[in-house]
Write a protein that binds this ligand. Structure first.
Ligand code: NAD
Ligand code: TYD
Length: 341
């Protein structure tokens, strides 16, 4: 199998590339723009697979370059991760989110259609279902009800991908995963940000009352789910991939403090995120039934592994937290008045 992966230098994409190189004899071509979130250090092991791995520095918005690459490589399948993936950034600057997530998906779908690519896995998110009151857990039939520019751009790209299946018979499959965590995650998302701040004795900024609920999925379980869909998913179908572990944010933060041996006084309640979804919950029953997949890494094990990784990769953390990261941090957190918890 010859795979074209987009966004393979990011958090989940790099875990997927590492997994495929280690566990199969497939060839992987990784197309990535190396935005602030893309980092070739995430893929240092890939050189150990000469002939099976190629990195292409490029933008999925560049129609001609994408077309030429798909023509040249003739991939059997495209696994599409590349995205602007952060809700807070999508609130601060929606434009690149809409461009990359929606138009970028369009460019890839067009190239795949022209070349007749055998499978297109579109990697999406449970955030497209919006906030769900307990005890609801979204199945693939739930209505799309996105709240942020990020989740709206993902919902729009899901619909576009689906239309390419219905109209052009492009063999599209869509995955929708819950919140991921694990090594190499950019420290803008909840878990790596809290770990990195705690390890440096910085404040841990909790939005609103901290009682928003997310379902946590260890990144390797997500990647195994994507591989299951790539190999066994039915074309035209959507597959949820959830961690089956719902926790309020505050509890996640408290566990990070406990595991790093830091005091609760580091918690700082800050002004809530606008449009903040209260609760995500996902049923992965379809994926489990059709492919035999289930999550293997429980939250306690996954969190410990993740904290150990951040502890032992201090240089990676300080490199990604220097420069532009600081101005992002000030922009996102600087103006947030502290509210009593
Ligand atoms: P990430 O932000 O860590 O990585 C995104 C990657 O895409 C980076 O390597 C970046 O350089 C690349 N990229 C961005 N714009 C590009 C462009 N125009 N052209 C080429 N490459 C570009 O993201 P992630 O957390 O690894 O998420 C990967 C995918 O999984 C995204 O589609 C996201 O919506 C989806 N997803 C993420 C989560 C999560 O919890 N992180 C959960 C469900 C689904
Ligand atoms: P995040 O990791 O940004 O993922 P998403 O918004 O896509 O679910 O945030 C996870 C949850 O943590 C979300 O409810 C927002 C909250 N959060 C904070 O309370 N403080 C923070 O600094 C961040 C980044 C997130």
């Amino acid at each position: 199998m010859n795979l074209l992966v987009t966004g393979g230098a990011g958090f989940i994409g790099s875990a997927f590339v590492r997994m495929i190189l280690a566990e199969t004899d497939w060839r992987v071509v990784n197309l990535d723009k190396l935005t602030y979130a893309g980092n070739l250090e995430n893929l240092t092991g890939a050189e150990a697979f000469p002939g099976r791995y190629r990195f292409v520095h490029g933008d999925i918005l560049d129609d001609a370059a994408v077309d030429a690459l798909v023509e040249e490589e003739g991939p059997d399948a495209i696994v599409h991760f590349a995205a602007e993936s952060h809700v807070d950034r999508s609130i601060l600057s929606p434009e690149p989110v809409i461009q990359t997530n929606f138009r970028g998906t369009f460019v890839l779908l067009e190239a795949a259609r022209r070349r007749g690519v055998g499978r297109f896995v579109h990697v999406s998110t449970d955030e497209v279902y919006g906030s769900l009151a307990p005890p609801l857990a979204a199945t693939e039939e739930f209505a799309l009800n996105p709240s942020s520019p990020y989740s709206a751009s993902k919902a729009a790209s899901d619909l576009l991908a689906r239309s390419y299946f219905v109209t052009f018979k492009l063999p599209v499959v869509i995955t929708r995963a819950s919140n991921n965590y694990g090594p190499y995650q950019f420290p803008e998302k909840l878990i790596p940000l809290m770990i990195a701040n705690a390890l440096e004795d910085r404040k841990l900024p909790v939005y609103g009352d901290g009682l928003q609920v997310r379902d946590w999925l260890y990144v390797d379980d997500h990647c195994r789910g994507i591989r299951a869909v790539l190999e066994k998913g039915r074309v035209g179908e959507i597959y949820n991939i959830g961690g089956n572990r719902s926790l309020p944010n505050l509890e996640v933060v408290e566990r990070v403090l406990e595991a790093t041996g830091k005091p609760r006084s580091l918690i700082e309640y800050v002004k809530d995120r606008p449009g903040h979804d209260r609760r995500y919950a996902l049923s992965s029953e379809k994926l489990e039934r059709e492919t035999g997949w289930s999550p293997r890494v429980d939250f306690e094990t996954g969190l410990k592994r993740t904290i150990d990784w951040y502890r032992s990769h201090g240089e990676w953390v300080s490199r990604v937290r220097s420069g532009a990261y600081r101005s992002y941090y000030d922009r996102n957190y600087g103006g947030r008045a502290v509210v009593p918890g």
